[in-house]
Design a protein around this ligand. Sequence first.
Ligand code: ATP
Ligand code: MG
Length: 201
Amino acid sequence: MRPRPRHEMKNIIIFGAPGSGKGTYSAEIATRYGMGHISTGDVLRAEIKNGTELGKVAQGYIDNGQLIPDNLMIDILASKYDSLPQGRGVIFDGFPRTIAQAEALKKMLAQRGHELGMMIELIVSEDVLMFRLLRRAQIEGRADDNEETIRKRFAVYHAQTEPLAKWFEAEGIRHTFSWDICKTKEGMLEAIFNEIESQNQ
Ligand code: ATP
Ligand code: MG
């Protein structure tokens, strides 16, 4: 195995459509490099499970395949970020999903003397995504993993989130990884780890 970077890691933003594997790859990266991991989807599902006020608000949006309002998400994100140990780098999984969230993230990090780091974009065709999400529905039973809601989530992704890829491009930190090219989870991980290590030299 290659030696791993020993110094402070850059932050990582994992970007991609529903079902593209954001959670799966985030977990692998977090374990390998000892980084923090914030999944906004997991945070919201925990709030729903615990029956909090935030959970009640979030549920309506999630069940409809819509995004939670930006102001709410930005506050949640900042408090999660501050609750993690500093200096190890953080993986943002499922955030930002709008230009406003991206601008807010950049500002929040700058206020703390930190940087966005690098963005990792997972590119997967829509038929593969649908197949994976319907399979996940049978395993995990997530309420929003039904065909109708998945279609809405794809539409929201194309309208509100996908345009953000260009925003990251302009920041000079966009790195794309395509399932069609890598073909397997191991192939994707190999390519992603290589890029992370070259970015952290
Ligand atoms: P996957 O994790 O498989 O890539 P996903 O992107 O659909 O799939 P989550 O990231 O878990 O799943 O998000 C589930 C839902 O939570 C979203 O459809 C949305 O309603 C809400 N949500 C999560 N993150 C955000 C965010 N940053 N802004 C607004 N809403 C969000
Ligand atoms: Mg997820």
